[in-house]
Design a protein around this ligand. Sequence first.
Ligand SMILES: [Zn+2]
Length: 211
Amino acid sequence: MAEMKNHCPICDYKGVFNNFRDRKEVRCPECGSLERHRAFYFTYKNEFLNTKKTLTLLHFAPEKCFVDLIYKNENINYIPVDIDCQRYKYVQNIKKMDATSIDIADNTIDVLIANHLLEHIPDDIKAIKEFHRVLKNNGKAYISIPLNKDLDETFEDDTIVTEEERLLFFGQKDHVRSYGKDFPKRLESVDFTVKHLNVERNLFVCQKTNT
Ligand SMILES: [Zn+2]
C-alpha cells in the first residue's frame, strides 16, 4: 500500500511523489504537477479558476495539471497554445503559436499564463510586448521564470549557443539566459504593472492598465 506521504492539492492524489531531474519526490504521478504548480494552484484558484464570469484564457506551454482543471469550468473560453504542439498530446485543440508573434487580435484576452517560457525565447521582450498587446485593459498575465537570486542583472550572451554551454551558463540546455533580480524591469518596460506574487517560486502577475 502506498505510504500517505505527499498530497497533491490539484488532483487530490495521496501517496509518494516521483523524482524529477535532481529533485527527490516532487512530481505528482497522477497529474504531473511539480512544486511550483502546486504553489500557483492556490493563486489561480483565487484569481480565475472558479470564475462565474465568462473569461478568455490564453495558456502558453499548458501544463497537464492545469489543463484538466480549466476544462472543467465552462465559463472559461480556453486557448491552449505552444510553438511545438507535439509535446502536448494531452491537450485537446492545442494551437501552434509563437509567443513573439501572437495570432490574436489586440485587447481580447482576460488571463494569460506563461510558466517557464520566457527563458527559452531569444527575444523575450518581444514576447512580453505581445502579451501586453493581446490582453484587455485590466487583463492579467501570470508569468514565472527561473530566477537566480545571486544575479543582480540578467545574464545573456548570444554567442552561447551549444547545448553544453547553455547547460553550463544558463542551467538548462534549452535556456537562452539566466534571469537575475532585474527581471521585473523587463515586464515593466512594456508598461505592465507588476507584482511579485510568489517570491519563492518566482511568479509575477502583470496587469495591463491603460492610462
Ligand atoms: Zn496531482
